[in-house]
Design a protein around this ligand. Structure first.
Ligand code: AMP
Length: 533
């Protein structure tokens, strides 16, 4: 079975496989590009266009175009176009469908078994939504892999020898993350990870577009350009172009036209950096936080600092990291993640046919090698690597706090972010809240912001359970709660009331995610569309 790695990005997506030389290679899309804009244009109730053309239409018919959908993954979010309701999963599925169809057409073989990448700090709900998007697209999702892990797998494929400690700075179109990873001959191990879900190249574009508008308005004070959707979309597209060009040049000019008014707006790299310095500073703060977390785990030196994600091409990024004493270098910023995912897909395809935790049977490796038409040693070299990750975000339980006679709820975290997986916490002691309690409700919450915080609004309720049938217990009767997370991120919670030993096992099923029936219905709906590029 051929396997594929898909980098499903916020702004651009990309597909790779292991080619017949045994190396990860990008599969070009229909227009012949390496990457495809993650943009969907609902041309009619039957036709959907994905990619470059869709992005171009965003300027003219913004109401029919959806972009940056990855930012909504895992949330209850709906959008209605042509009277049909879509979810982040179904829109992502349309992107995946086009990526898979174009790759299949290009290679002349079916694209079915895939690995899809996600930012390392994606929580359980976002990962689950990504997997479902793949299922809706009719794909067989072998696994979900963290983007920095994929980047490190690709790094490892091209840099041989010894154990290396890497710092991955990944600034994409819509998300940012930092990850410290150890790569040894046997294993890829995530040490810690951090990030901001809502920070990426698109924010740099927005700042520049705002500036262009201000300049235009300053020259034409009477203009109503700010109310014109087409003009604004034009500015947005122009801003992205200028931004990219300013990564190589010192200054660019933008020609703006609305009605009879025109302006030539000059933007220097310096001005652009000034407009966006606060955004860059946010990445620096997160980088410093990651360095501190790594230092707590004894890591203060890095063999390589890898820049991943298209936005890391901005020269200000390298300069900021250098000022922190790091020595960054570009690591195939647009393609490394997809290429690493292709390698991971190969690892997974062998793992699914091997006994649990056991060696891959020789015949499976031989079969895969024969299918790929590459030597067995080459396949063994690519797949002989374990991947160990960490808990992406903290998990805890909701507790009542009494301060000055007033009650309020907070979240007490039990399983901390960056604990190596698989993880098993010690039982943590809690107490019943009221006298004569005969049942205990256990609510599981997951950190939702990028920093751990006990405030309820910084956490997301993901599951709950009830211990019932207790004799009336005195207030503050002890309950022990422990958390267990498997290597694949499946979370189990065990709560036990110590007097009766009555207990509760919660296997966290994602609240609010699509049900199997909804996935089936969406798959039928997506399959009905004509998807093209
Ligand atoms: P990714 O999600 O990794 O594909 O990142 C895409 C983002 O990188 C988009 O916001 C692009 O505008 C941005 N990008 C691509 N090339 C450049 C460049 N040369 N300079 C600055 N930003 C870039």
């Amino acid at each position: 079975m051929a396997t594929f790695g898909i980098d499903l990005g916020t702004t651009y997506s990309c597909v790779a496989h292991i080619d017949d030389t045994g190396r990860p290679a990008i599969i070009k899309n229909r227009p012949g590009d390496d990457t495809t804009p993650s943009v969907v244009y609902f041309e009619s109730p039957e036709n959907v266009v994905v990619g470059k053309e869709a992005k171009a239409v965003a300027k003219i018919q913004p109401d029919l175009v959806v972009s940056l959908i990855k930012r909504q993954m895992g949330k209850s979010f709906e959008i209605t176009v042509h009277g049909q309701t879509h979810t982040p999963e179904s829109i992502s599925a349309l992107i995946l469908r086009e990526l898979a169809d174009a790759a299949a057409e290009n290679l002349g073989e079916e694209v079915k078994d895939v690995v899809i990448t996600v930012p390392a700090y994606f929580g359980v709900a976002e990962r689950n939504a990504t997997r479902k998007a793949g299922e809706i697209a009719g794909l067989n999702v072998l696994s979900i892999v963290d983007e920095p892990v994929a980047a490190a797998l690709h790094y490892d494929a091209i840099n041989t020898g010894g154990t290396k400690t890497l710092f991955v700075y990944d600034l994409g179109g819509g998300t940012f993350d930092t990850t410290v990873i150890k790569v040894s001959p046997e294993e890829i191990q995530v040490v810690c990870t951090d990030g901001d879900h809502h920070l990426g190249g698109a924010d740099w574009d927005d700042r520049l577009a705002e500036y262009l508008l201000e300049q235009f308005q300053a020259e034409h004070p009477e203009t109503e350009a700010a109310d014109d959707e087409e003009f604004l979309q034009n500015l947005a597209a122009g801003a992205e172009d200028i931004k990219k060009q300013l990564s190589r040049m010192q200054a660019r000019r933008f020609n703006a036209r609305f009605g009879g008014d025109t302006s030539q707006i000059e933007v220097s790299r310096e001005k652009f950096e000034e407009l966006t310095s606060e955004l860059l500073e946010r990445t620096v703060t997160i980088t410093q936080r990651t360095l501190r977390t790594a230092a707590e785990r004894g890591i203060t030196e890095f063999d390589d600092v890898l820049l991943v994600g298209g936005s890391s091409r901005m020269p200000a990024v390298s300069a900021a990291l250098e000022s922190l004493g790091l020595k960054p270098r570009m690591h195939d910023p647009d393609l490394a993640v997809a290429k690493g995912a292709a390698r991971y897909a190969l690892i997974e395809s062998i793992k699914v046919r091997s006994p649990e935790d056991g060696e891959a049977p020789a015949e499976v490796v031989e079969e895969v090698a024969a299918q790929l038409n590459v030597p067995v040693e080459k396949v063994l070299g690519l797949v002989g690597k374990r991947v160990a990750t960490v808990v992406p975000r903290a998990f805890g339980v909701k507790v009542i706090n009494r301060v000055g006679g007033r009650e309020h709820y907070t979240v007490e975290h039990v399983l901390r972010a960056n604990t190596p997986l698989p993880a098993q916490t010690e039982p943590q002691r809690f107490g019943t809240a009221y006298p004569n309690q005969v049942e205990i409700s256990v609510e599981i919450w997951e950190q939702s912001g990028s920093v751990e915080s006990e405030a309820l609004e910084d956490n997301e309720h993901i599951a709950e359970g009830l211990i019932t049938g207790l004799p009336p217990l005195p207030e503050n009767s002890p309950i022990d709660i422990s958390f267990e997370m498997a290597a694949d991120g499946l979370l189990m919670v065990h709560a036990v009331e110590l007097k009766t030993r009555k207990d509760l096992h919660i296997e966290v099923q994602i609240k609010g995610g699509l049900t199997d029936e909804q996935v089936d219905a969406a798959r039928t709906a997506v399959a009905r569309y004509n998807v093209s590029a």
